[in-house]
Design a protein around this ligand. Sequence first.
Ligand SMILES: NC(=O)c1ccc[n+]([C@@H]2O[C@H](COP(=O)([O-])OP(=O)(O)OC[C@H]3O[C@@H](n4cnc5c(N)ncnc54)[C@H](O)[C@@H]3O)[C@@H](O)[C@H]2O)c1
Length: 246
Amino acid sequence: MALEGKHILVTGAASGIGRATALRLAEDGATLTLADINQEGLTETASMISAPIEIIAYDATDIESCQSMMAAATANGLDCLCNIAGLLDWGPTLDFDEARFQRVIAINLSSVYSLCRAALPDLIKSGGNIVNMASTAGLLGTPYSIAYSASKHGIVGLTKSLAVEFASRNVRVNAVAPGQVNTPMAHQAPPEGDVDWPLMMRNAPKLPDGICEPADIAEMVAYLASDKASKITGSVINIDGGQLTG
Ligand SMILES: NC(=O)c1ccc[n+]([C@@H]2O[C@H](COP(=O)([O-])OP(=O)(O)OC[C@H]3O[C@@H](n4cnc5c(N)ncnc54)[C@H](O)[C@@H]3O)[C@@H](O)[C@H]2O)c1
């Protein structure tokens, strides 16, 4: 029970990787607060866990909603923040308007900044840590994903910068960068319009069974959240079936 006595907030917990992470952290004995815009999905996730769970609906595009969610979630202190909520919206850049770009940045990057900033005072008190969800799209240029790739490169920079700034206060900050994961996000309709498919597929996983399951990612989040990773900070760990091997 590596996380017994630890209070962990997981965003994006209504679905996919966030749900798998909640289940995995619960197995390790963590006390959980789960947040997402999807209240029904949160209730479903909570019903899969036998321990009492606090669930909070919030909208990552709304700064006040982020702040009030954090105020409720940190009322009894916090040991770990897992920023997993995210949005994939993609398409040819010349068709990708300002509003779509800003929405992806708001959910995937700006809200993560707000939640980290709100959590840090409690994490300094507890000697806690943050695990952010990046992507291989945050480590290499990704066609037709101008906003998503920019937001995930932003997560990498935010993670490393916080790690440097808060290491002396004993707060660790890491990120996981998944490749392709079998979640509702990965099954979204592909981009419409003028798409060069060979270009899009050029960074496929190399392993024969290289598509990840949400539990593969959750395992790493649980490790980074625990004291087993006490010497790891500022790391971005890709789990991608060999997508980035070259
Ligand atoms: N699935 C993949 O292939 C993959 C690959 C790399 C990174 N990721 C990242 O993993 C994370 C989880 O994605 P997933 O694959 O589990 O997708 P998912 O769609 O199953 O889950 C995303 C969750 O984020 C929540 N969310 C979306 N907009 C929100 C908002 N405005 N406010 C609050 N919550 C909101 C959704 O309700 C959902 O529960 C994301 O950050 C995603 O970018 C996914």
